[in-house]
Design a protein around this ligand. Sequence first.
Ligand code: HEC
Ligand code: HEC
Length: 198
Amino acid sequence: MAAMLAAGVAAAEDGALGEAIYRAQCANCHGGQAEGGEGGDYPRLAGQSAEYLRVQLDHFRELKRQNKPMLPIFEAGALQPAELEAVTAYLAALPLPAQEAVGVPQAVAGDLELGFELYEKDCQLCHGPDARGIEDKGSPQLIAQHPRYLAKQIADFRDGARWHEFAEKLFGEAYEDELDAVLAYILHLNHQPPAGGG
Ligand code: HEC
Ligand code: HEC
């Protein structure tokens, strides 16, 4: 019982630490609710898997993923492992932002049926049937994300600024016309309940 209480107190303290770090160092860019902003210059972080977020922070710090705007947070006294843990746990526990916060103003015009076919064939295995990500595979949620941000990531995968498995095959030149269809389909999934009711 005492151990359970102690664990509860520790979790609450982590939550407060995570929120304090987020407010001081991240909210300016990523938004008060971690909903992202500036039309997708800054990605939504709320509700994303903690493990995925932590891996991305490591990639930025190690310059495996190129992103100048975030480098100062690592220079000005890099976040300690426990602080990283706290901020990513805080973000993962936040609710997904409302559709209006991430999608409607920039809905993508694309062929939904083609998007569904392509998504099912090329993306579903790793990102899940409802695009909510698969923790074991380290793959992020793609729903509830700014389409312009997603499109920029795909451009980065293409030109090598960011790593993605099978990038050439998945996002190579031949795929260009089909990109809007996949993004439109992912945006459409924002409106659907999770697969399997969970
Ligand atoms: C000066 C603005 C700025 C600040 C401050 C900032 N970020 Fe970011 N962050 C960005 C930008 C821009 C991107 C998108 C990079 C890209 O296009 O690849 C990003 C991307 C990310 C990603 C990757 C998301 C994904 O879906 O892959 C994570 C995780 C992240 N930031 C976490 C944080 C955390 C945690 C903090 C605070 C400790 C923080 N950021 C502070 C600008 C900022
Ligand atoms: C073999 C597994 C696999 C397949 C297939 C796959 N992905 Fe991914 N995807 C991943 C993983 C893992 C990551 C995270 C990479 C990292 O750690 O930076 C990712 C990241 C992404 C991101 C970055 C999201 C963010 O928040 O920054 C986008 C966009 C994306 N994938 C789109 C797609 C699309 C569209 C398809 C189908 C055309 C696809 N992926 C197919 C595994 C996969």
